[in-house]
Design a protein around this ligand. Structure first.
Ligand code: GMT
Length: 375
């Protein structure tokens, strides 16, 4: 198939899923065309089946807000026409689904029919999409897509609960490339972080409010009161500065390392004993799956799609959003003895294997074929 993929080219979840999916499709013999405003973060190599089309928005003094969505639609029209694509797959509804709708209408005037699949990722529904500023457009463009997928049952349910959706939404969970994400021997790094064999906790995110990153610091403080430990904070975003201030205030800063954005997350995860994800809402929790693939159990909130990934008492534990006391107590339960920790680590990897890219890729391929056949 010739597949167009539209996504945000960022480190964030939806961009990573779209990029990894495109790479896997290309490796499986499909021709994949990425359409986005910047080279996606994990697409920095050459492959004969991968193409990248940059959307550039020309500016004009009249525009307080440059019309990215129009430039994107125009680029989609161009790529579909001249590369003769079979299907467009847009990740994150805003503004990709409505831009695709516009492109589809324009292409129809050239006698070209292009099926569109929209994948809902999370905040495009749960935070931004629900906002009345966008809701009518989001509802319309989801209903106009030829195929709609969501990354968890919970996200599918929220979409039906909050929007008037008449389309079938198929759940295709996120996936993990186990050839990249696996436990790697990084003993020298582990020694540098925790020279006295302290337990290593880790959090990775975009440090937005929804991640409740300050809870991570509070949980860590409570753990540190009982167990010698270190905390690695990976990623960057608006809440980082508040977390840094809080770790100084709670007098734990000498045990906390803020590493900023990192490409080789799997190497850092490889030294960790426990992953903390206290998010306010999380449609799937891809970062937790990446940790589990590196044999790192997860302490998370029980919000959104997290219960579909983190098996309570098996791959880690879950607590109510904001219950840092409970999260710390459960973390200590896992960390306090080696044999307990070993069992949770094995369970985390076994669970991650259920989301192996090799299992999920054929689901996307047959869904594309179904959508093409039906449209
Ligand atoms: O978590 C974020 O803030 C980034 C966001 C995105 O859209 O890139 O992630 C969402 O999509 C990921 C991939 O499907 C999911 O794993 C995340 O759970 C989801 N985030 C939220 O629902 C907050």
């Amino acid at each position: 198939m010739k597949i167009g993929i539209v996504c945000y080219p960022t480190f964030g979840g939806s961009g990573v899923v779209a990029t990894e999916l495109g790479k896997a499709l290309a490796a499986n013999g499909h021709q994949v065309h990425f359409i986005t405003y910047r080279q996606p973060a994990r697409l920095d190599f050459f492959s004969e089946n991968l193409y990248y089309h940059e959307v550039s928005v020309s500016n004009y003094p009249l525009f307080d807000y440059a019309p990215y969505e129009l430039a994107l639609s125009s680029k989609m029209v161009d790529v579909v026409r001249f590369e003769k694509l079979d299907i467009l797959h847009v990740h994150y509804a805003i503004p990709h689904a409505s831009a695709a709708y516009m492109a589809k209408q324009i292409l129809a005037t050239f006698g070209i029919k292009i099926p569109v699949v929209t994948t809902l990722h999370g905040t495009d529904i749960t935070l931004v999409g629900k906002d009345m500023t966008y809701k009518p457009v989001v509802t319309f463009s989801i209903n106009q897509s030829d195929g709609v997928t969501a990354v968890s049952d919970d996200l599918r349910k929220s979409t039906y609960d909050h929007f008037d959706i008449i389309k079938d939404i198929k759940v295709i969970p996120n996936f993990i490339d186990l050839e990249r994400f696996n436990l790697q021997p990084k003993d020298h790094f582990k020694k540098a972080i925790a020279p006295f064999g302290e337990r290593i906790l880790i959090h990775t995110s975009n440090f937005r409010k929804v991640k409740r990153t300050q809870d991570v610091i509070h949980i860590f403080k409570k753990i540190l009161d009982v167990i010698p430990a270190k905390l690695l904070m990976v990623g960057d975003g608006p809440e980082r500065v508040n977390c840094e201030a809080l770790s100084r205030e709670l007098e734990v800063c000498e045990h906390v390392r803020f590493l900023g954005k990192q490409d080789a997350v799997e190497e850092i995860l490889s030294v960790a004993d426990l992953f903390l994800m206290p998010s306010e809402s999380e449609s799937f929790g891809l970062a937790a799956l990446e940790a589990m693939a590196c044999k790192v159990p997860v302490i998370s909130s029980n919000s959104g799609g997290l219960p579909e990934l983190n098996v309570d008492g098996v791959t880690g534990f879950m607590s109510a959003v904001g219950d840092v006391e409970d999260m710390a107590e459960k973390a200590i339960r896992i960390l306090k003895d080696d044999s307990q920790l070993k069992v949770f680590k094995e369970n985390a990897l076994a669970r991650a294997k259920e989301f192996d890219l090799k299992l999920i890729l054929p689901i996307y391929e047959s869904y594309y074929q179904q959508v093409i056949d039906e449209s």
